[in-house]
Design a protein around this ligand. Structure first.
Ligand code: ATP
Ligand code: MG
Length: 427
């Protein structure tokens, strides 16, 4: 029979990688908690209209990346391509917007993209959203929080913070007009994608990776000159706060982000160590979105980090990947021994819950079980054979003799198992 394989771009995360994932997830959660953020868990599927209304109809995500389908009732739903929309939907629906709210979530997102290193169709993001504060101290907090995560992961030196302000909706409208006027006269010099975007989403042209397009833009209007006073002042204040906190950044006036809902501050954390997929975390302010999704007007800012890209970075930095070997391997030859061993090990797990104890399963001779114990990488074997059963004892055997010395082995009464084992495992 032919083999059924996974869907392209939807990867298995193997046991050899999960230790790294767990380290990442644990570290991120601990830092978020230390800043007073609370976790929220959201559905993977939402009504399609939610993403169309929030992300914007003429964005890459909505135009060509969403997994959208009708359920059996004929209602259109979509596998979430990002987390902000669902988080805002939940915050409105569950009445979480009365006071400043600091929330985070983590989990899989789905986008129909061309799979490559650091780009999958099912990928994972951890997102952070802060509601109810319009002032740039909130922007600074979010950026400091990211920096703290990178520091705790040992990745701070690999990251560059790029920062921009895209101002109010009116400022962007005026800028868009000036930009389109300017580019219209030079349309034949633009790359194909940018020509198409000129009429659908001209600000995205600033993002173009095409060097000729970029040099055309060099003489074009700058978004900075169109910023309203409030946005300029807030941006200046944010820069001041970051400097005071010792956070380095680069102002990138062409950073606009691909989602419609942003205003004022936008930022990206970028690394040079991952090639083309260098943006590890991206975010910005979205003061209009809560109102746009039917809630009472509430300022907000958020960001999302790509977990696969962080894992790639951690692996490049030599973060240990193999799952830890077992501490203890339990050998029990014969039915009576098996019963006693199972019960004794269960008790041991209550007394020493941090130990990784692997019970031999599937029977076999004493010799073959001992071979498995040696191979397991465990430091100690607990052995129940006929003699131990008869004497109500257990043998504790060190499996990793150091400097060629003979492996130590003692047989003790069952009630001395815990202390003997702990002594054998002590460094
Ligand atoms: P890109 O320009 O790389 O496509 P984006 O602007 O579409 O990124 P966002 O929607 O801002 O990305 O998502 C935030 C972060 O999530 C990205 O910076 C990246 O780290 C990660 N991310 C986004 N799309 C993918 C994907 N398809 N596979 C893996 N990670 C992704
Ligand atoms: Mg993208």
């Amino acid at each position: 029979m032919s083999e059924i394989t996974a869907i392209r771009g939807m990867n298995d995360i193997l046991p050899s990688e999960t230790a790294c994932w767990q380290f990442l997830e644990r570290t991120v959660a601990a830092v978020l908690s230390s800043y007073g953020y609370d976790e929220i868990r959201l559905p993977l599927v939402e009504k399609t209209a939610l993403f169309k209304r929030s992300i914007g109809e003429v964005t890459d995500i909505v135009e060509k990346e969403m997994y959208t389908f009708d359920d059996r009732n004929g209602d259109s739903m979509t596998l979430r391509p990002e987390g902000t929309a669902g988080c805002v939907r939940a915050a409105i629906q569950q009445g979480l917007l009365n006071t400043p709210q600091r929330l985070w979530y983590t989990g899989p997102m789905f986008r129909y993209e061309r799979p490559q290193k650091g780009r999958q169709r099912q990928f994972h993001q951890t997102g952070v959203e802060a509601f109810g504060v319009a002032t740039p101290d909130m922007d600074a907090e979010l950026i400091l929080l990211c920096a703290q995560i990178w520091r705790q992961l040992g990745l701070l030196d690999s990251m560059e913070l790029q920062l921009n302000s895209i101002g109010s909706a009116e400022a962007r409208r005026a800028y868009r007009e000036a930009l389109v006027d300017f580019l219209q006269a030079r349309v034949e010099q633009l790359d194909e994608d940018s020509q198409r975007r000129l009429h659908s989403n001209p600000l995205r042209i600033l993002d173009s990776k095409n060097s000729q397009t970029q040099s055309v833009l060099d003489d074009g209007p700058s978004l900075e000159d169109f910023l309203d006073e409030e946005a300029s002042a807030d941006f200046a204040r944010l820069c001041e706060l970051l400097q005071a906190a010792g956070i380095q950044y680069v102002v990138n006036r062409r950073l606009v982000r691909g989602l419609d809902y942003y205003n004022k501050t936008v930022f990206e954390w970028v690394t040079r160590e991952l090639g083309a997929q260098g943006t590890v975390c991206a975010g910005g302010r979205y003061d209009g979105l809560v109102g746009q999704l039917g809630g009472k007007a509430t300022p907000a800012i958020g960001c999302a980090m790509g977990m696969e890209r962080l894992v790639l970075l951690l692996l490049e930095h030599g973060q240990a990947t193999a799952p830890p070997a077992a501490d203890v391997y339990v050998v029990a030859a014969g039915d009576a021994a098996q019963g006693i061993a199972l019960a004794a090990t269960q008790a041991l797990r209550c007394q020493q819950p941090q130990l990784r104890i692997v019970q031999h399963t599937g029977g076999g001779s004493f010799k073959s079980q001992m071979k498995k114990a040696d191979k397991s990488g465990a430091r100690v074997a607990l052995i129940w054979g006929e003699d131990e059963v008869a004497a109500e004892s257990v043998t504790v055997k060190s499996l990793r003799a150091q400097n060629g010395e003979r492996a130590a082995q003692v047989t003790v009464a069952l009630r001395e198992l815990e202390t003997t084992l702990c002594a054998a495992l002590a460094p």
